[in-house]
Design a protein around this ligand. Sequence first.
Ligand SMILES: NC(=O)c1ccc[n+]([C@@H]2O[C@H](COP(=O)([O-])OP(=O)(O)OC[C@H]3O[C@@H](n4cnc5c(N)ncnc54)[C@H](O)[C@@H]3O)[C@@H](O)[C@H]2O)c1
Ligand SMILES: [Zn+2]
Length: 366
Amino acid sequence: VSESFDIVAATGSYAVHIEAGAFADWLADWRQDIILADDYFQTSLSNLQATNIALYYPASESTKSLNEAPELIERLRRCGANRQTRIVAIGGGVIQDLTAFAASIYMRGVPWIYVPTTILAMVDSCIGGKSSINVGPYKNLVGTFHPPRKVFIDPQLARTLPLDQQASGIIEAAKICFCRGPESFRAYLACNPYPGMATEALATLIAHSLREKKWFIETDEFDQKERLLLNFGHTFGHAIEGASHYSISHGIAVGLGILCAIAFVRQDKEFDGKNPYGASPVVAQLEKHLTSLLKAVPELRQHVASLSLKEVLDRFESDKKHKQDSYVLVLAETSGEVVLKKIVKTPESRNRIETAIRSVVESYAR
Ligand SMILES: NC(=O)c1ccc[n+]([C@@H]2O[C@H](COP(=O)([O-])OP(=O)(O)OC[C@H]3O[C@@H](n4cnc5c(N)ncnc54)[C@H](O)[C@@H]3O)[C@@H](O)[C@H]2O)c1
Ligand SMILES: [Zn+2]
């Protein structure tokens, strides 16, 4: 079974193709291209392919830092890359960000194609065209918009991913589908997503999640309005991810972050004029589903237990999306609708934020 659709972007459309087991065939067509891959694939790729130029990088946050870019650009030049050269990126979000960034500036821009290898990249980051690069201690501080020419997804590649990385990606898919609306979230749940799920069900999940994300990025390519809703769970989540010094992976932190956002609203007696979530089956469903995905992550309890609540709060406060006098948060209403809200900074609202974070942290540290 295979599936294809197009993403419309300002710089032209690009196709997404999903097909389980096709990776080796695709690779045979890329002999003329420069491969830039996660070093996890070094052995398997060199067995498959002898003729390509291949550059390998570890998938660590320091790889996608601005400091590393000059070295990669020199490497591309030494391999003879010119304006006609295509770069094929094979890896998760780190390799994607590094390649997209380098391809966007090398000789003022060269084409690239992308083979995501993590579930997170397959269900989410592979479309949208953003590159995000770390500068010193600042994560994702600079970047460009430079979509790939084509995205090739082989869900079978995800089978070797550790369970926490699988849960991480599945949670981002849950977030996208929930943000799109109750019907989309129901279709997501119907795939019965869990770490270790069968390849065929994963392929269905990937197609569903990407079609829903497609709506957001085609409606609002440059993050003005609708696309901002996809930050659901991310302000709390980034604070948790950073405070764990990245021992909690991104999607897992987002899952905890969504639970914090729900806990925050639950304390607000007047949030959308109703008893918050008093009768909200869809929010309850999301909560229950995330809880079961998070339970599948064996080391989570230990990582959450070693979080400093103060550091999570400090990081929450310094999020660049907040305004001088108000917090900017994406929150879910009782109907399940996800909205962007400004919450005036007061001792009371600070207190509610702290209580929400504490309740989630305490329940997962047990
Ligand atoms: N630009 C964007 O739109 C965007 C969106 C979301 C996330 N990101 C970035 O993506 C990065 C996270 O990416 P990620 O979660 O996809 O993972 P990753 O690239 O950090 O890789 C995670 C781990 O999985 C390993 N791995 C990758 N594929 C594997 C496979 N098939 N089998 C076994 N191991 C494999 C890697 O070697 C690494 O150890 C972050 O830096 C984040 O900022 C970017
Ligand atoms: Zn995310």
